[in-house]
Every structure is written in C-alpha cells, then in structure tokens.
Write a protein that binds this ligand. Structure first.
Ligand code: SF4
Length: 353
C-alpha cells in the first residue's frame, strides 16, 4: 500500500536532504534529469538532458560520489564515463525506462544476424536510452551511441560513409530524423523484435537506408494531432514545439522539434508574450512555464514519466544518509568489459558531437 507524506513529514525529509548535502560538501555531485520532480531538482548541482548529464559525469573530477536522479540507464552511463575511483549511486534502481526495456541483447543479436545476410554495409546506432550491453554491441560493430541532441549529426556521419543505419530502440525518433534528412518511407525498414523484418522482408536491399527497431516512449507516444488541434483553437498564435520521441504525425505538425535542452533554450530565448505548447514530459514543461512567467507555456498533454517519478525525496535521503554513515546504498555496477566497450561507443558519439 502506498503511504502519503504529510506536510510536516515532507518538510522533515527535505530539511534532512539539505543537511546531508551540506555535510557531504564537495564529495557529492547530485545530478538530475529534466524530467525529475521539483522536489528532486531543487537539490541538484546540475540539471540537464541525457547528453549534458553524460558530459557532466565525464568531466567531474573532485566529487567522490555521484548521486544520479533519473532512470537506471542514465546512472549506468554515468558509471561508465566517470573515473573508476568515483562511486555512482542511484536512489531507485527499479526506475527503468520502458523504452530502453524494449530492446534486449538477444533480440538485437538476432536482428543483426538477419541484417548481415543482406550483404550491405550497415552500422548500428543505439539511442542513449538503452542498457550498457547494447552500447557495447555497437562498439563491437563499428557503431556508436546517440542522444536526441546529436542524432542528426550521428545519422549524417553514418550515411556519409555509404553505410545504412540500424537504429534502436526508438522507431519514432529514427523515422522523424530520417524524414528530416530527406530519406523516404520506401528507404526505411521496420524491425519488430518478435516478428523480425516487416512483412515481405527486404525485397530491395540496396534501397534500404535505415532499419528501425519497433520501440517507443510511452510518454511521448500518447501526444496526438487532436491535442495540437485543440490547443491551436484555444490559443491563437500558439507555437508547437516537440521532442523527437513524438509520433511522426505530431512531429510533422510541430513548428519546432528538438531535445529537451533545445526546447528549454528556445522558449527561454523567445520574446515576451509568446505562446508555446510543448510536447514532452509535464514536470519539465511546468518548470519552463515557471521560469518564463511572461509567456504562455502549456504541455501539449499533461503526461508524466512514471519511472522517473520512482525517484522520490525519501529514496534520495536514504542514499545521502547512507553515505554519511559510510554505506554505499544502491551502488551502480557495470561489468568491466561491457563498460570498456560501451565507453568506446559513447566516446565515438562525444567525438562526433
Ligand atoms: S520519458 Fe519516455 S524515454 Fe524518458 S524515461 Fe520515461 S519512458 Fe523512458
């Protein structure tokens, strides 16, 4: 049964987090993803999207402990990018991104085997929303990682080598970016993890430039054209800005699209009085709204990520007070060989941009 926190109890938890943070001082770096709740973000030393957080983890020199408030694959990524002597802790290891869960290594290996039979040069690209073994798989096959902030650059990099792309696990992002780059539907093939290549297989392999995994983000997928139509009729002149994990239908109707960092920068820099409907996670949208009181900022749909929400102040406090007692609670571990390879795929991404 879920217990509700009363205001006094809530206040006590927040105060104890503050005190624990102060006591840990420079030994602690607390990172939080944009989709975390305000009660977590208020304590973060750095808040950002997955690319910014990965970069921050790789550049942090002095902190002994990195506490990562997000879903588990991001804490895993930080573990692989920071120094071996630093410890990474995750307040809730069961906060697992459903999109990342849609691709596992056995299915990806099976897909790769079938794609290898096509006798084409294909390079695998994995979205950062994935586990370390898939990143390691990409490293073994000359591939790399991408995020929503650099996916276009990475796709360009692969295509410029005359190779096709095998992209997993987010079909919507892969399709949206392919369309942006002028790749037609007749050049895109869909891989279903249970059924394999789309009905009819690949009859024309030389025309297949992008192979997409049939996975999706449950938060972005529910945002639809109807939401756009309703908000446009209610708010004259409203502009639609969305994350590329939205469906191609929504993406095509949006005025602008990009990573969470792009969305934030665009709205922060827009003129006073401007109106925005934002197609991404609602905690993040409401924070942008709070920071831009002179503009109208509303979620395209009020959707929150239930996995991100599993990281609560109580769980954060548990990890921080554990550190004060010399205990490493929910220490993130990645197999050293998987980590070494995954790091190769991450470094290739960071080199490209
Ligand atoms: S918002 Fe979507 S992609 Fe991000 S953690 Fe939640 S389910 Fe995964």
């Amino acid at each position: 049964m879920r217990t509700q926190r009363g205001p006094n109890q809530e206040h006590g938890v927040l105060r104890r987090i503050e005190e624990a943070k102060k006591a840990l001082g420079k030994d602690l770096l607390l990172l939080a993803h944009f989709y975390q709740s305000d009660d977590i973000v208020r304590f973060a030393d750095f808040v950002g999207d997955s690319l910014q957080l990965a970069d921050q983890a790789s550049r942090t020199q002095d902190a002994r402990y990195i506490v990562f408030c997000s879903v588990s694959f991001m804490a895993e990524t930080a573990r692989m990018l920071c120094k071996p002597e630093q410890e990474v802790l995750h307040p809730e290891p069961n906060a697992r991104c459903p999109l990342a869960n849609m691709a596992d290594i056995s299915h990806v290996e099976a897909a790769w085997k079938q794609l290898s039979d096509l006798d084409k040069k294909i390079i695998p690209v994995v979205y950062v929303n994935s586990y370390a073994d898939l990143k390691a798989f990409c490293a073994r096959h000359d591939g790399m990682v991408c995020t929503s902030a650099n996916v276009r650059k990475i796709f360009n990099h692969v295509l410029s080598q005359g190779a096709s792309i095998f992209f997993f696990p987010d079909e919507n992002m892969g399709r949206n970016i392919s369309h942006d780059m002028g790749i037609g539907e007749n050049e895109i093939r869909l891989w279903n993890p249970e059924k394999g290549l789309e009905a009819g297989g690949v009859t024309n392999p030389e025309k297949s430039r992008v192979f997409l995994w049939e996975g999706f983000c449950i938060v972005h997928r529910v945002m639809g054209s109807r939401d756009i139509a309703r908000l446009k009729s209610e708010h004259e002149g409203i502009r639609i800005i969305v994350h590329p994990e939205c469906t191609p239908e929504v993406y095509a109707q949006a005025d602008l699209a990009g990573s969470t960092n792009f969305i934030k920068r665009t709205i922060d820099a827009s003129e006073p009085g401007s109106r925005w409907a934002v197609g991404t996670e609602a905690n993040f949208v409401n924070r942008i709204k709070h920071d831009n009181p002179d503009k109208l900022v509303i979620p395209l749909k009020e959707e929150r990520c239930r996995e991100m929400a599993k990281v609560t102040p109580e769980k954060l406090l548990n990890v921080l007070e554990g550190l004060l007692k010399g205990k490493l609670i929910n220490r993130v571990y990645v197999d050293p060989e998987i980590s070494r390879l995954a790091r190769v795929a991450l470094d290739r991404m960071l080199e490209i941009g």
